[in-house]
Design a protein around this ligand. Structure first.
Ligand SMILES: [Zn+2]
Length: 229
């Protein structure tokens, strides 16, 4: 309220900073400065995502597969994901989703999708963080596309977050059985787009795809806000 009435005074008393580069935001700027928006590297190599999924034995035909931003350490996309995951900034997640959807909807990327299904966190992790970052991104996608978010399809049984420290074979075992289908899930015949914040090896996404691909008549798509090139 105070910020709406006295934006410049509020900005003077409570300066806001760009989540991408850390520079102070002008009164008219919101969350991320125009330079960071302009500089973001789009991810255009969807074949590399197919390759990663294939390496985890995913053989399911997919409707859409893609990522919005290219994830490079110390660059804008990485800073935004980091702020979202570790600095308690849920509003950035929705904004990131809206930004991606505004850019990708005209390309037809969400055509034929019935619902967004964010990759779930375990209950413990969600409690620690206060939110699921993938769910916030999905809410942002939904705000632009009017496609609903469905969190009642799958849940995460346990964390496999130590996976950066284990080798590829161990990881394969580690991601087995991470997710399960909710008892009351309604997924037969639906077109489901899985949503995550970052795709690295594709192991987590592959696990969710393999679980859901057993459902009758389901069509699957993959969206990640960012992908490691
Ligand atoms: Zn910036």
């Amino acid at each position: 309220m105070a910020r709406a009435l006295f934006p410049s005074l509020a900005d003077f008393l409570f300066p806001r900073y760009c989540a991408g580069c850390g520079r102070r935001l002008a009164v008219t700027e919101h969350l991320v400065c125009p330079e960071c928006v302009f500089k973001i590297a789009r991810f255009n190599d969807k074949n590399s995502i197919f390759d990663r999924l294939y390496r985890w034995d995913v053989r399911t035909p997919m409707l859409h597969v893609g990522a919005f931003a290219s994830y490079h350490r110390r660059e804008t996309a990485a800073h935004l994901v980091h702020a979202l995951k570790f600095y308690n900034k849920p509003e950035i997640g929705r904004w990131m989703g809206q930004w991606a959807a505004t850019s990708m909807q005209p390309e037809g990327f969400f055509d034929g999708v019935d619902c967004f299904v964010p990759i779930p966190l375990s209950r413990t992790r969600r409690r620690e963080r206060g939110y699921n970052q993938a769910e916030l991104i999905a809410q942002g996608l939904s705000a632009v596309t009017s496609i609903p978010v469905d969190t009642s399809l799958i849940y995460r049984k346990h964390d496999n977050t130590a996976q950066t420290h284990v080798n590829l074979t161990d990881r394969a075992a580690n991601v087995q059985d991470v997710f399960a289908i909710c008892p009351d899930a309604q997924a037969e015949g639906r077109s489901v787009m899985l949503v995550d914040d970052v795709i690295t090896t594709g192991a987590t996404m592959s696990n969710a795809i393999k679980l859901l691909s057993g459902i009758d008549g389901i069509r699957l798509s993959v969206f990640s806000w960012a992908a490691v090139p």
